[in-house]
Design a protein around this ligand. Sequence first.
Ligand SMILES: Cc1cc2nc3c(=O)[nH]c(=O)nc-3n(C[C@H](O)[C@H](O)[C@H](O)COP(=O)(O)OP(=O)(O)OC[C@H]3O[C@@H](n4cnc5c(N)ncnc54)[C@H](O)[C@@H]3O)c2cc1C
Length: 352
Amino acid sequence: MKTTPILIVGQGPYGLALANYLEHKGLDFRIIGKPMELWRKHTFSDTALRSDMATSEIAHPKNRYSIDAFRKQVGLRSDSEERVTVKEYRNYIDWVLDKIPYKIQEVYLKKLTQHQGRFHAELETGELIKAKQVVIATGVAHHLNVPEEFKKAADVIHSYQVAKIESLKHKKILVVGSGQSAAEAIEVCQQNENLVQWYSRKEPRYYSEPLDLPKWMFDLVVKSAGLFRRLPPIIIKNLFSIFSATTITPDYKSKLSQITRFSVKPDLAEYDHVITATGYRYSLNHMTFLGEELRSSLKMRASMPSIDKNFMSSTKNLYFVGPSTEAFFGPPMKFMIGSQYVAPRLSKILTG
Ligand SMILES: Cc1cc2nc3c(=O)[nH]c(=O)nc-3n(C[C@H](O)[C@H](O)[C@H](O)COP(=O)(O)OP(=O)(O)OC[C@H]3O[C@@H](n4cnc5c(N)ncnc54)[C@H](O)[C@@H]3O)c2cc1C
């Protein structure tokens, strides 16, 4: 069994940003997962990011992987006001992955267990790694939310399953949800000559920022991520409902006005497919790659492991970062920008 002082599980913006900080400090670590999987495989190709350039970069202590630098190097015009398209972002990801000096291992974790104070990670390839400290940065993939009332529909597809949605042609489809993913799924299905209808209980709200906030306030919220931890859970919950309102970018307003929208659920039997763009619900129970004993020993708050100000769970040396920690560090963790808060701080903790 190989050993490592630090194992990072996940190669999204959070895992890679942390790896960049550790590498910069000259620390030994290993990182596993599928690099930027969400952005390469689970976002619609013809859309754009909601976050701006500076808040979508893979963080590095010397800002080595800025989108601006990428654009300059490949001869693209740099306009920080312009939204980055998913196609361009994928090229940016390839550029970053080509430049990073450490080894990334494209493999999933199958099971994590703990034995005499050390973690044992069994990979899907059968390889075993022994680690002193483990950081779970597995993002959204395990937490797709499909409300109970849609589970019985003929063919339910979550908006995360982009490849499946893009393959639908000449079908009758109901898209459920009131956010950006619903809008994007509707557009793709329409382009592919499907008959699309929309079920959104709420009147859609059109707004360009990812949080329903002016940009200056968004920046302030991000900078004060640490403060969220000090607030009682009930206040955080109420703040979320103000800050994290579901919105759609205004460029969809006229396109969506031509779609039949129901505010009361139609008969699902009428559709070939139901696409649930109903977001993500985080729960430790979904993270079955964590051994049962380990999971049941963790102290919980709501349905996720409770973490302290250093991102550590009640199991010593086991850390959680990314969107599933929103209940502790606030709305910034839902977005890539949260990694710019986490990576510098956690890299210091892991050094000690
Ligand atoms: C459709 C969509 C659009 C979004 N748009 C934006 C946007 O424009 N701007 C923004 O800031 N945020 C956006 N977000 C939020 C986005 O999810 C987060 O900002 C960010 O991607 C989370 O990063 P992460 O590193 O935590 O996880 P992810 O990016 O989800 O990456 C998870 C990583 O974990 C790995 N993994 C999963 N399971 C295992 C396992 N068992 N073993 C090993 N590795 C594993 C995956 O392979 C992957 O490498 C969007 C989210 C969605 C779903």
